[in-house]
Design a protein around this ligand. Structure first.
Ligand code: SAM
Length: 225
């Protein structure tokens, strides 16, 4: 069952059962500002929600599509409902050259806690893509005994977002209203970027993405309101 109900964690926190938390377009804009994303590559966001990420990429002239376990948008960039961790593969996942840009679910699948969930998405993306994988994840994701092999075997480049993104639950944005939904988040995030065609590196490299210029941030806030 693809439930749409709120899940209450053992700590009493309310979570969306599929971890549908929406980032704003600027978060992907900032990625595009600092990482060279090739224009002759197909882009897939396999956890696309509202297709925020594919839309930003398409606006920049790239060929981008989204899939999700549940259809949450009428965007023409949305291809299909699809379980990215499932056994079946979609045609787009076999498309070469392919890069994957995503804000993956962090811990819940159909209301159940799944340990190491984001890592499963990253590993799957690394299997499928031919070029880059960019995953938006909390900075705390870096510190883990379980992920040592992932980071050591294939160190990503880490792009720390100096500005905290808002990430409201997608099904509560209307109820919250734009002011509360996009008021800024409490969690620090980074883009973790793997380049499958880049030179092998021994260590992860870290970059800082400065906050948006004030005027740009204000204009984008007004636009969202
Ligand atoms: C953090 S949200 C991404 C939000 C998205 N960027 C947006 O603009 O709405 C994670 C998304 O992953 C989807 N998801 C969760 N488990 C999935 C799975 N096994 N396969 C594909 N998508 C999944 C959720 O439905 C949710 O839309």
């Amino acid at each position: 069952m693809k439930s749409g109900e709120i899940t209450t964690t053992p700590e009493g926190e309310q979570r969306h059962p599929w971890d549908w938390y929406v980032e704003q377009a600027w978060v992907t804009e900032r990625l595009c500002d600092v990482v060279d994303l090739e224009s002759d590559v197909h882009y897939l966001d396999p956890t696309c929600g509202l297709c925020t990420i594919p839309q930003v990429l398409a606006n920049r002239g790239m060929t981008a599509f989204g899939t999700d376990i549940v259809q949450r948008t009428d965007s023409s960039l949305f291809l299909a409902e699809h379980d990215f961790l499932g056994a079946q593969m979609l045609l787009i996942e076999r498309c070469h050259p392919l890069s994957i840009v995503m804000n993956p679910p962090f811990s819940y699948q159909d209301g159940k806690l799944v340990r190491g969930l984001a890592e499963k998405f990253v590993r799957r993306a690394l299997q499928i893509s031919t070029h880059k994988v960019a995953a938006l994840l909390p900075i705390k994701w870096l510190a883990s005994s379980g992920r040592v092999s992932l980071f050591r075997d294939f160190p990503p480049s880490i792009y720390v977002l100096a500005e905290r993104p808002s990430m409201p639950p997608g099904d509560r944005i209307d109820q919250l209203g734009p002011r509360r939904a996009w008021k800024g988040g409490k969690v620090d995030y980074a883009w973790f970027v793997w380049d499958k065609r880049g030179p092998r590196v021994e260590h992860a490299r870290t970059f800082w993405i400065p906050p948006r210029p004030k005027a740009r941030a204000q204009a984008e806030r007004r636009l969202a309101a």
